[in-house]
Design a protein around this ligand. Structure first.
Ligand SMILES: [Zn+2]
Length: 223
């Protein structure tokens, strides 16, 4: 998993206190139990709360699992090249991810739609068609086109047409959908804003170096 504190990847071994009488809380809504692990990179504990119903405590009877420490997954720091309107939607989508994946996915769909219009120049009327348009245009590297295409399949746009016709509408999400949208946005930001800008900087630096090298000796030593 990706550590929600520092975003480093590590292989998690969740430890639970879920034997009866040892960390299982029961009330009229069912059972509640905590699991924890520690990130080897940042040494912080990650704690989650599981809730379920039934006599036995375990994955089969679990209804929900949520992070309690940290409350939210840290947003990946965005490069300064990402323009403010896009960065704002993205960061907001990260902030609400834990409490409302639905709201998060709505924000990231809206952000994706704007990105496809303004950066990829798509002209179709809804998000599903815009996604198809940019995939068909072959302007994205293959892996990225596949990833963008998967936004529609992971989100089951066919079953939830509102996600396509009203991209920013809050609609039920499927498992992993909100996270997927966010990681696609990160990759697209990198492709549309960060890499071109870094390459431009390198080209400018190269031009400067060539000019320096081309200067007559006296001028260079004077300056
Ligand atoms: Zn960590």
């Amino acid at each position: 998993m990706k550590c929600p504190h520092c975003l480093e990847n590590f292989f998690e071994a969740w430890r639970a206190q879920d034997q009866e009488g040892q960390g299982v809380i029961r009330d009229r809504d069912g059972w509640w139990t905590l699991q924890y692990c520690k990130c080897p990179a940042c040494k912080r504990a990650i704690i989650r709360l599981s809730h379920g119903e039934g006599e036995t405590v375990g994955p089969a009877t679990t209804l929900s699992t949520e992070l309690v420490r940290p409350r939210n997954v840290s947003a990946a720091p965005l490069a300064p090249e990402v323009p403010a309107p896009f960065a704002q939607d993205y960061l907001e989508a990260c902030t609400v991810l834990q409490d409302s994946p639905k709201a998060s996915a709505a924000l990231s769909r809206r952000c994706l739609q704007r990105l496809l219009k303004e950066q990829a120049g798509t002209r179709k009327a809804n998000l599903a068609a815009q996604i198809q348009e940019v995939v068909d245009s072959k302007t994205l590297p293959g892996y990225l086109a596949d990833g963008v295409g998967a936004v529609a399949s992971v989100g089951d746009f066919a079953g939830y047409p509102l996600k396509s016709t009203n991209a920013g509408e809050i609609v039920d999400v499927r498992p992993g959908e909100a996270e997927w949208n966010l990681s696609i946005l990160e990759s697209l930001f990198d492709f549309y804003f960060v890499q071109p800008s870094r390459l431009r900087e390198k080209a400018e630096e190269l031009t400067r170096k060539l000019q320096e090298a081309g200067k007559p000796q006296t001028e260079a030593s004077d300056g």
